[in-house]
Design a protein. Structure first.
Lengths: 225, 439
């Protein structure tokens, strides 16, 4: 059977956001692990406040433990990890024919695991399988997606998100540059769908001593299907 | 034969969950997705039984396709007095817009879902023909795939026909009617359709594009799929999973947001194939069902191989008299309903309800058909760890392209309620794989 490879703008947008949300879940879980290590030693830490500030989300919780519970499982908070995973699924489920059922299964397993963890009020440290499933998902699509444009659009979303979070969480310039190198490769491959002028603004902005908000603004608008 | 598989029931269910084998349902106005309950005990059809079924199903669908071609063009079956005109023109499925032309390559029902039951004597009876957008093939397809993963030994020891070729059959049919080798798409109304899993799974397996209504548009007499960078691809065939009335707001329901404006005109000009064709509802109308054996004789000059369930049309005075006198032992069906709705058993009706229905039968005779209750074979299912008997039907799929082919499998649906005959998933039913033995 020959393969139909057409991609509509709506599908391109879903692919991009699938990449972004999947990466966001993986990376924020990683950041949480790093920040919450401190909570083990110091119950009264306000580590959650700086976490919220860096992520650009409101911080309504009094203490770090309550914030963690809300950030992971509260469905009322649009930025909670469980809601972000639902957004992963919302996009992925509309892309089965491109991702293939075997890849989509990892998203199903991640959200099913997260729902069970929510019921059990599982600790952050028990959520490693969610990250594992999403890593497996990224591996599966590399194996099973034959249409390179489909894969590229997911990876553009993934690297935009990862670069955004690296910048927000003050990663070293080298680490950010490495991530931008990856992003730029795909921006060049899909140049008709990306704004290379914005990419240039991001690259030059990252060398400044004080990071301007314009950098994040341009980064988040590089892709436009 | 399947004892090893039964030991792996939990593993099969885990695979089903992992693959998201679900169907959607609206309850109290709210959409919910739920796993489609799967029973690991397969329905097994012997090779000899299948051979007869296969020939009978091809014959029936060929006759139905001939009927659709005739009813929208020559109307010889009406002129020759085989079917009263009233039955055709009063059918909700009859579309006057389809008059006077044939779809590309003359096929109306490319994918037909024929619902059958097997009576205790072994005879198969057709309960219903579904020629619009019959759903369900994806479930036995994926069930076979997952049961093979969960219990490979079962399949090395069984001599059954592999059913994982459904997507290929679908694709062959789509290729055959594809106008000028255009893009092939499955058109879905979206995620909140009860059969969305099937739409996306079939698109994956048939390797065609899954399109949403906003992805398609009509320009200069052709249908196009909106591509990136303002590049569009001409569409040659659309396997639509949307009902006729919502497909084109310029021709049918003006308020439809699911359709593609001016699509019908492109179809009428023969510039795109629609799978299944517009207007097929006239042939799977429950009232027209009564006439299908007559269609076989009329168009093919053959004796019908498959039987209808004994059916009465209150439209005819003699039948009406019988139905009114015997309503308590008959099953009454509202011809305008589907999905297991509008089916009433006389034996379950209160005296008041019987009176009300008798009145409706007399005043709206065209709206009803009545059938003898067939004592059909119950199948074993596992319920809470116990093997119990439940009512079940079989939806067989017939694919029409260059040739008419019957998929050697089908969707076996069963009721989970011991007192019910209604097997539809929307009413709580489950499903089984259907094994056809190859010798």
């Amino acid at each position: 059977m020959t393969y139909n490879i057409a991609i509509s703008p709506a599908k391109a947008s879903r692919l991009y956001w699938l990449g972004r949300y999947s990466e966001r879940v993986c990376t924020v879980l990683h950041m949480l692990h790093k920040d919450y290590d401190e909570v083990l030693d110091n119950e009264s830490t306000n580590v959650h406040k700086s976490f919220c500030t860096r992520l650009g989300i409101p911080c309504e919780e009094e203490n770090a433990r309550q914030f963690l519970k809300d950030f992971l499982y509260n469905r009322e908070k649009e930025y909670s990890v469980i809601n972000m995973l639902e957004r992963v699924k919302d996009n992925a489920i509309l892309l089965r024919e491109e991702l293939k059922s075997e890849s989509l299964a990892y998203v199903e397993m991640a959200i099913n695991y997260m729902k069970k963890a929510q019921e059990d009020e599982s600790r952050l440290y028990d959520l490693q399988p969610v990250t594992d499933f999403l890593f497996a998902f990224f591996g599966a699509i590399e194996e099973r997606v034959y249409n390179m444009e489909v894969l590229n659009l997911i990876l553009i979303g993934k690297y935009v998100e990862k670069s955004d979070l690296y910048i927000r969480f003050d990663y070293t310039r080298n680490r950010i540059e490495e991530m931008l190198d990856r992003l730029e490769y795909f921006v060049n491959v899909e140049s008709s769908l990306c704004d290379d002028r914005k990419m240039s603004v991001v690259r030059s902005g990252i060398t400044e001593v004080t990071l301007s908000p314009i950098v994040l603004d341009n980064l988040n608008n590089i892709f436009a299907a | 034969m399947y004892s090893l598989l039964l030991k792996q029931t939990d593993a099969v269910n885990r695979w089903m969950e992992r693959y998201g084998v679900r169907f959607g349902i609206y309850k109290n106005g709210e959409f919910k997705e739920q796993l489609f309950p799967f029973d690991a005990i397969p329905r097994i059809i012997s090779h000899a039984d299948w051979q007869k079924l296969e020939v009978g199903l091809k014959q029936r669908v060929d006759a139905l396709n001939a009927f659709l071609r005739d009813v929208y063009t020559e109307k010889s079956i009406v002129k020759d007095g085989v079917i009263p005109a009233d039955f055709i023109y009063s059918s909700k499925g009859y579309l006057p817009q389809c008059e006077g032309f044939e779809p590309y390559r003359g096929i109306y029902s490319h994918i037909s879902g024929i619902d059958l039951v097997q009576a205790e004597g072994g005879e198969w009876y057709v309960l219903e023909d579904n020629l619009r957008v019959p759903s369900g093939a994806s479930y036995p397809m994926i069930a076979r795939d997952l049961t093979r993963k969960a219990s490979p030994e079962t399949f090395t020891d069984s001599s059954l026909i592999d059913n994982r070729n459904y997507a290929q059959l679908l694709r062959e049919s789509m290729d055959y009617v594809n106008v000028d080798n255009g893009l092939e798409v499955i058109l879905t109304p979206g995620r909140y359709n009860s059969a969305y899993f099937e739409h996306s799974y079939l698109a994956e397996k048939a390797r065609v594009v899954l399109a949403y209504p906003d992805d398609l548009f009509v320009d200069n007499g052709h249908v196009y799929y909106k591509g990136l960078n303002n590049k569009s691809e001409r569409v040659g065939v659309i396997y639509r999973r949307i009902s006729d009335e919502y497909m084109d707001p310029m021709t049918f329901e003006p308020s439809s947001l699911l359709g593609v404006a001016n699509l019908f005109e492109v179809y009428r000009q023969g510039n795109v194939a629609i799978v299944n064709a517009f207007g097929n509802g006239v042939a799977d109308d429950k009232g027209l069902y009564y006439f299908v054996p007559k269609m076989v004789e009329y168009y093919l000059n053959e004796k019908p191989i498959l039987k209808n369930a004994p059916t009465y049309l209150p439209f005819y005075e003699e039948d009406r008299k019988y139905v009114l006198e015997n309503l308590e032992k008959l099953v009454l069906k509202d011809v305008s309903e589907a999905g297991g709705y509008g089916v009433m058993f006389g034996r379950d009706m209160s005296p008041e309800k019987l009176k009300e229905m008798r009145h409706l039968i007399e005043t709206e005779s065209r709206r009803w058909i009545a059938q003898e209750v067939i004592n059909f074979i119950d199948l074993d299912i596992i319920d809470n760890g116990e093997k119990v008997k439940r009512k079940a039907d079989l939806r067989a799929f017939v694919i029409s392209g260059e040739q008419t082919k019957v998929w050697a499998s089908g969707l076996t649906r069963f009721t989970r309620d011991s007192k019910s005959f209604i097997v539809n998933s929307s009413q709580g039913g489950g499903f089984k794989d259907t094994w056809v033995l190859d010798k």
